[in-house]
Ligand binder design. Structure first.
Ligand SMILES: [Zn+2]
Length: 122
């Protein structure tokens, strides 16, 4: 029902976060939209999958490329990996509250209890 420019993760319904890809990746610095929800089932499953298949401690997050409309995995090596490149709300990153919840509610009407769960992990 959303007609805004927001995109949401098909795995956890969390609004995707604007993220600037590093120059050295195949996206060459282009803006991507990534699910940075640490409770996302896609991301949570990724740890076990990578361990089992490649014996490495890594996972991946859901990524959407607005330029091509394609989605794919964004490999990460830790829960905090790549988060320093998040575009939105970076200037508020010291806030004790949950600034993400505010944006999520405004954007997609995410239930409040989901936000509670997120901040409990932080
Ligand atoms: Zn997700």
């Amino acid at each position: 029902m959303s007609c805004t420019a927001r995109f949401e993760c098909p795995h956890c319904r969390t609004p995707l976060t604007p993220w600037d890809s590093p120059e050295l990746t195949s996206w060459a610095g282009a803006r991507q939209y990534v699910c940075f929800n640490d409770d996302c089932p896609y991301y949570v499953r990724g740890w076990a999958w990578m361990q089992e298949h490649f014996n490495v401690r890594a996972s991946y997050r859901h990524r959407f490329d607005p330029a091509t409309g394609e989605t794919g995995p964004l490999p990460v090596w830790s829960p905090g990996a790549l988060k320093d490149r998040i575009v939105e709300r970076a200037e508020r990153s010291g806030a004790p509250g949950s600034p993400r919840a505010e944006g999520a509610r405004r954007g997609a009407g995410v239930p409040a209890d989901q936000d509670e769960e997120e901040s409990a992990h932080a």
